[in-house]
Design a protein around this ligand. Structure first.
Ligand code: IPT
Length: 457
């Protein structure tokens, strides 16, 4: 029989999200036109006038980066709404753009669909414009009403983002998160809700795009208060004893700011790849932000950088040097759970050992080059758990022909080890030295990363 789950386990929406690996964020709005990151809320709507907004161009940039989901900031802290909300005058309706008949959310969602991408939305709880902010009942109702508009007017929304950000001098205000989350799920059953404490996807605790070297998908949600300082380390590493499956998302901008500023440029490729290894390679989804400019397009240099990034990931991971090797393991459960499943490129097949195995010598799986073939030569090791049945690995180590080359703690959906220099050998063995249950591995891959710069490690 198949192995039993080790709780907690992901929902099908969370699994689908996890397998996206790279998704994109678009911060665009009043701040784009005022050279600001946090607007005051007093901005004149007439300032919002992108000369040639082209959301399809944003989608092409997202696709070039390898993203399958795009998230738009529909309202940031300044309160200006990118859709013609019926509940406020502070929106695109009051701007000169498209003569006040424009709707960025509608154009964004339509462009995403036309390019085969799923859409998500961000609606800032902190609102520095609306007069109801500070009046608990009135503002929470306003916020609910806007959730309703966004989640009923634009078709299927895959993710919604609740930012915990709030200025130090912000008016006191209790957000009714539990009611909001309930409304969201009632309107969109398969949506993933992002906030510091999920319920579906959690913040990783920083805006650098780095997860902890130990990174559990689980946490105890009751241990987290949204927006509270001091929770960052817990969010960064997760909790091996967590009862709630709430995997982390790493939000980071390709530039310094979230919004477009004339004097900023995109991070170099090497830095974006470092981010990839420290996010996707540490059991997270990478949410990469690109800021459209005052024209309403992502700048050519940024698009070029996103394309370079997407191509680099494809160059490194498009070829699995372990393909064609022979897999054996400390034990095999049999009946469809053979060691060779780690080589088939599928997420739904995996190696499962016997229950007794761990009590004897410990668990290991080994890839071997047939005697006639050339030795392996690689500088990246990829290990993936079948997290559909829970995250189990607590500690692991990688050996090449008996010599240690890498080790670490958690694995989760994907763990990447980038080695300082290429190694060669005929046998690659992964030891699982500590675990919460028999390890279930869906993949062990070997890759060559030509972008490892001398000294970049
Ligand atoms: C930070 C919020 O405090 C946090 O709750 C989360 O929403 C995060 O943003 C998302 O990036 S604020 C930021 C200035 C660190």
């Amino acid at each position: 029989p198949p192995p039993l789950p080790v709780l907690p386990i992901p929902s099908s929406s969370q699994l689908k999200w996890q397998r996206r690996e790279v998704i994109m964020f678009f911060h665009f709005g009043m701040n784009t036109f005022t050279d600001s990151e946090w607007g005051t809320g007093t901005e004149d709507p007439s300032l919002f006038r992108p000369a040639a907004l082209n959301a399809t161009q944003w989608m092409d940039a997202a696709r070039a980066a390898g993203a399958s989901l795009v998230i738009l900031v529909a309202k940031h802290h300044d309160g200006f709404c990118l859709w013609p909300s019926a509940y406020t005058a502070h929106s695109v309706r009051a701007s000169p753009w498209r003569a006040g008949r424009g709707d960025v959310v509608a154009e964004f969602v339509a462009a995403a669909r036309s390019r085969g991408l799923d859409a998500g939305l961000y609606l800032s709880p902190w609102d520095r414009h609306d007069v109801r902010y500070g009046q608990e009942v009135a503002y929470n109702e306003y916020y609910e009403a806007q959730l309703h508009e966004l989640l009923t007017g634009y078709g299927s929304v895959s993710e919604i983002w609740f930012d915990g950000a709030k200025g130090k001098n912000a008016t006191n205000m209790t957000y009714h998160f539990q009611e909001w989350f309930q409304t969201v799920k009632q309107l969109q059953r398969s949506i993933n809700i992002f906030s510091d404490d999920g319920p579906d996807v959690r913040w990783v605790g920083d805006e650098k795009g780095y997860a902890g070297t130990t990174c559990w998908s689980a946490v105890n949600r009751s241990a987290i208060t949204i927006g509270e300082a001091g929770i960052e380390k817990y969010l960064n590493e997760g909790d091996p004893r967590g009862r709630d499956w709430v995997p982390p998302e790493c939000d980071v901008s390709i530039r310094t700011g979230w919004f477009w500023h004339a004097n900023e440029t995109a991070k170099p490729l090497a830095q974006l790849l470092e981010i990839y290894y420290n996010s996707v390679g540490r059991n997270c989804v990478l949410l990469l932000n690109a800021p459209p400019n005052t024209t309403g397009v992502v700048e050519d240099a940024d698009v070029a950088r996103l394309r370079e990034f997407g191509q680099a990931v494809e160059t490194i991971f498009g070829t699995d040097l372990a393909a064609g090797s022979v897999a054996r393991a400390s034990s095999e459960r049999g009946g469809g759970f053979e060691a060779c499943n780690v080589l088939d490129g599928r997420d739904d097949t995996y190696w499962a050992p016997t229950e007794e195995d761990g009590r004897r010598n410990g668990y290991w799986i080994e890839l071997r080059r047939p005697a006639a073939g050339r030795p392996f030569e690689f500088n990246v090791v990829r290990i993936q758990e079948h997290v559909a049945l829970g995250q189990r690995v607590e500690r692991h180590a990688v050996y090449v022909d008996g010599a240690p080359v890498a080790n670490g703690t958690t694995v989760g959906h994907k763990r990447l080890h980038r080695l300082p220099r290429p190694v060669a050998g005929r046998k690659v063995r992964v030891w699982i030295t500590a675990r919460r249950g028999p390890p279930l591995l869906s993949a062990v891959g070997l890759h060559h990363d030509p972008f490892v710069a001398a000294g970049a490690m």
